[in-house]
Design a protein around this ligand. Structure first.
Ligand code: ATP
Ligand code: MG
Length: 410
């Protein structure tokens, strides 16, 4: 029985559609690797097939599946079965590589398709019955935690320099023990090629590496090998790997999930100008850059010397997520132990206290004779400051005196 079909019965339809009449289909890549490692089944399941893209489209449509020509020129067609998209890619062979892109042709040979993949653990295929096609010993490597290149590491790196970063990313996720020595030596030897990679590809790998189970220690390993700055390229400033290692320990202590933007912030965002460089160098979204701004702004720094009211005010102004980002990164940078009680209290505030909504609005001031116009907003903001200063009261009497005092101070 195929465990991935057991978990996603609708996947069997894709097999039924593409197997037969001289064609074959198999699951490939991460989904196979992870299920063999007992890491469970996942939703992004990729398939490889001998059928040409047009044939995949034809069969999918004939069977009434939703067909999306995702990247048809690269051989990828998405078939949606039971509401879940499956990426089906025709077997390929590299005919030319330049360190960034590969020119590929479609093939019918499973071993050629396997040989162009990067690591042995990423070249595993599973057929409809659950039988594994493993041409390079990838299953044993996966079980042993060995991230090993298929073929000569330096040659494979020169075909595509992103594989240096992928080596560390997969090591951070699946590696046990030290990183493969031949792969590490080849990465150091080939590191000059990193500069030619697109920022988007680097970004995608880096964000996964940052949150991988051994991400923090892997960054330290990259730094020791002299590879961290070349990988970061124009995004690099002065990386603080120790802060990421402490952040990882703090997250574990607080039972929080790792978060890639927060870890990136701990690594590289210690001043406002860092954020611009990161935004550009890693093609960050506006939302990501905004989170980093809160991490990098010196005016928002937090530490256990703050009073209860100050920390509540910070949480009120920042919102729960940015507050948490900020405290955790400041905690990590402080060097305090992850079980430090005072830092833990500061970090746990959003679990214990939710900022109330400011209960006044302009109406209260209009009713007291302030003319409509900008003065209303100014007075309202003054009232809000008083309300925070007085401990976020909700009772009507306190609100009346805040209203009065805000007007009086005008
Ligand atoms: P995950 O999605 O869990 O991060 P994955 O194994 O699915 O892991 P992807 O980056 O999604 O990894 O790539 C899918 C597969 O495509 C890989 O398993 C590998 O076989 C192949 N692959 C991806 N990028 C490269 C590359 N740069 N060089 C060679 N093969 C690659
Ligand atoms: Mg994947």
């Amino acid at each position: 029985m195929n465990p991935l079909i057991a978990a996603h019965p609708d996947l069997d339809r894709v097999f039924a559609v593409l197997n037969g009449e001289g064609e074959e289909v198999r699951i490939v890549g991460g989904a196979v690797r992870d299920v063999l490692l007992g890491l469970g089944t996942r939703f992004d399941i990729d398939l490889a097939t001998t059928a040409l893209p047009q044939e995949v489209v034809r069969r999918g449509e004939a069977a009434g599946l939703k067909v999306v020509p995702t990247g048809i020129e690269h051989g990828t067609v998405t078939l949606v079965s039971g509401g879940i998209p499956y990426e089906v890619t025709t077997l390929r062979e590299d005919v030319e590589t330049d360190g960034r892109h590969a020119r590929v042709v479609f093939g019918r040979d499973w071993s050629q398709d396997a040989a162009r993949r990067d690591f042995t653990m990423n070249a595993l295929y599973m057929d409809r019955d659950g039988a594994v096609l493993d041409l390079f010993g990838g299953e044993a490597d996966a079980r042993a935690g060995r991230v090993r290149f298929i073929g000569d590491p330096l040659a494979r790196i020169r075909e595509d320099y992103l594989r240096i970063l992928r080596l560390f990313r997969f090591h951070a996720s699946y590696g046990r023990g030290p990183i493969d020595a031949a792969a590490l030596a080849a990465s150091i030897e080939g590191h000059d090629g990193l500069a030619q990679l697109s920022r988007e590809r680097v970004r995608a790998e880096l964000m996964k590496l940052l949150v991988a189970p051994r991400g923090a220690e892997t960054l330290a390993e990259m730094e020791r090998a002299g590879l961290l700055l070349p990988v970061l390229g124009s995004a690099a400033g002065m990386p603080d790997v120790a802060a990421v290692e402490r952040l990882a320990a703090i997250e574990r202590h607080l039972r929080l999930d790792a978060d890639s933007v927060r870890r990136l912030g701990a690594l590289l965002a210690s001043a406002p100008e860092d954020v611009e460089r990161l935004r550009e160098g890693l093609r960050l979204s506006n939302a990501e850059a905004k989170r980093l701004e809160a991490i990098a702004d010196p005016r928002l720094a937090l530490d256990p010397s703050t009073t209860d009211l100050e920390r509540c005010a910070a949480l009120y102004h920042m919102g729960a997520e940015p507050y948490r980002d900020r405290v955790l990164v400041d905690f990590a940078r402080s060097g305090a132990a992850s079980d430090d009680i005072d830092w833990n209290d500061l970090a746990r505030l959003p679990e214990l206290w939710t900022a109330p909504k400011f209960p006044l609005n302009g109406g209260a001031f209009l009713a007291r004779g302030i003319p409509p116009g900008p003065e209303v907003g100014v007075t309202l903001r003054r009232a809000e400051a008083l309300w925070i200063e007085r401990g976020f009261p909700e009772d009507p009497l306190a609100l009346v005196s805040i209203t009065r005092d805000a007007m009086g101070k005008g």
